[in-house]
Design a protein around this ligand. Structure first.
Ligand code: PGA
Length: 247
């Protein structure tokens, strides 16, 4: 099954209009490798501005609310993000699971709310260092997958990112064997959950300290279909070689 590589930047709480030039540079880098799907999930305040200069890259959001509207001060619905220009959204990032106490049930509901608006979704999973060290990483992540997987999960709108929490922003990455083992376990669990055809078409991204030096090796692993990139996606200079590594 050939899956188009997907490389997505997650700007987290970084980026003002002054950084739209970087969005433009990333969009140009994306245009050079049409075989790779490239996107940038920017702060909601930048979505509208970024869509105007993102070139070949799509613009996504980093979270959405599970409800369509209502009394939820400070929150943004999928429809709002879509109206601003987002075509994708990340749900279940570990920083939100931790800082905003989002449960896997919340994450599944957010994914469904996004889908209802026609947004594509990247669903994040990942274990803590404590869980990894206790030898229970695979059990933990598969359980998180089972609890977060939305109804009707299918490769045309959903991708999954495995992001070990201890690798995010730390410069520390799992061994290639650990990444392969986890991605293979996720793929196998997906086959049971949604059927072999859908599971084999679904893109599984790796995230956590991806950079220009390690991207080619990681993206070349079996069952790794691209990456979710934080720090190294903030500038065109850093992100372009990672995009190129997926080609
Ligand atoms: P990082 O972040 O690339 O800075 O480690 C990845 C992420 O949190 O998506």
């Amino acid at each position: 099954m050939s899956r188009r590589k997907l490389v997505v930047g997650n700007w987290k709480m970084n980026g003002l209009r002054a950084q739209l030039g970087e969005v433009e540079a990333i969009g140009k880098a994306a245009a050079e490798v049409p075989e790779v799907e490239v996107g940038l999930c920017v702060p909601a305040t930048l979505i509208a501005g970024a869509t105007g200069c993102a070139g070949a890259a799509f613009i996504g959001a980093q979270d959405c609310h599970m409800k369509q509207s209502g009394a939820h001060t400070g929150c943004l619905s999928a429809a709002m993000l879509k109206e601003a220009g987002a075509t994708w959204v990340i749900v279940g990032h570990s920083e939100r699971r931790t800082d905003q106490h989002e449960t896997s049930a919340d994450v599944a509901a957010k994914a469904l709310a996004a889908r209802a608006e026609g947004l594509k979704v990247i669903l994040c999973l990942g274990e803590s260092l404590e869980t990894r060290d206790s030898g229970k990483a695979i059990d933990y992540v598969l359980n998180q997958l089972a609890e977060s997987l939305p109804e009707g999960a299918a490769p045309d709108w959903l991708s999954i990112a495995y992001e070990p929490i201890w690798a995010i922003g730390t410069g520390r990455i799992p061994t290639m064997e650990q990444i392969e083992e986890m991605h293979s376990a996720i793929r196998t669990a997906l086959r049971q959950a949604i059927g072999a055809g859908a599971a084999d078409g679904m893109r599984l991204l790796y995230g956590g300290s991806v950079n220009a030096d390690n991207a080619a090796e990681i993206f070349g692993l079996a069952d790794v279909d691209g990456g979710l990139v934080g720090g190294a996606s903030l500038t065109g200079a850093k992100f372009a070689p990672i995009i190129a590594a997926a080609a």
